[in-house]
Design a protein around this ligand. Structure first.
Ligand code: PGA
Length: 232
């Protein structure tokens, strides 16, 4: 099974998301799971359709007086199957720490939503050290059965800077090894950062990759169709 995860970030107005829904490819494949991660206000608009939905975020709290937040229980009640946690933009702009991320993973696990833990280094030199620390601090001691990791080098997000395929392959092997040592499980690892309708043709040759997390290119339905075509 391969994954194509589409992170719309803080984009698309009501009319734009309606158009997106209308044009979204209706094909489905047993080998490719396509999931749209809309801005939370657009979740309901994209619901009740063949589109599988994910959330870009979740609260670390269970329920109650946390203005502006959305709980894992609320997400589950809208049929959300996956949720991103620890995206580098959340770490940077909203000061999300590995400890907070761990709480979010717990909340998702309680609601049987698959956490998609985003990790990645800020500079190539710190790659292994950063990945190990992020994984240990956000997963250590947890007992969870479902998890997906998205490996996104921070300097590749939205910049057009791509690593060589063999560097990505090595990083993915390393992540799988570290997660296995913490959770005793083999988990899927996706790659993200400047994946689009052109770079996918190179990236798809990486043998140990389980799929892709796409930002900017996910907003363009024609690009989404090409990504789907290449991966299915
Ligand atoms: P990008 O974003 O595809 O625009 O580089 C990826 C991400 O942030 O998940």
């Amino acid at each position: 099974m391969k994954y194509l995860f589409l992170n719309q970030k803080m984009n698309l107005t009501n009319s734009e998301v309606l158009e997106y829904k209308e044009k979204f490819p209706k094909t489905s494949s047993d080998n490719l799971e396509i999931v749209v991660f809309p801005s939370s206000i657009n979740i309901k608009t994209l619901g009740n359709s063949s589109i599988t939905l994910g959330s870009q975020n979740v609260s670390e709290f269970i329920k109650g007086s946390y203005t502006g937040e959305t709980s894992a229980e609320q997400l589950a009640s809208y049929n959300i199957k996956y949720a991103l946690v620890g995206h580098s933009e959340r770490r940077k702009y909203f000061k999300e720490t590995n400890e907070i991320i761990k709480e979010k993973i717990k909340r998702l696990h309680e609601q049987e939503i698959v956490p998609v833990l985003c990790i990645g280094e800020e500079s190539k030199e710190d790659r292994k050290e950063t990945l190990k620390q992020q994984l240990e601090q956000s997963l250590g001691g947890l007992e969870i059965d479902k998890l997906i990791i998205a490996y996104e080098p921070v300097y590749s997000i939205g910049t057009g800077i791509l690593l060589e395929n063999n560097e990505i392959e090595d990083a993915i092997n390393y992540i799988k090894e570290v997660v296995n040592s913490i959770l005793n499980k083999n988990i899927p690892v996706l790659y993200g950062g400047s994946v689009d309708e052109k770079t996918i043709k190179i990236l798809k040759n990486i043998t140990n990759i389980d799929g892709f997390l796409v930002g900017k290119a996910s907003l363009d339905i024609e690009k989404v169709k090409i990504l789907e075509e290449v991966l299915k």
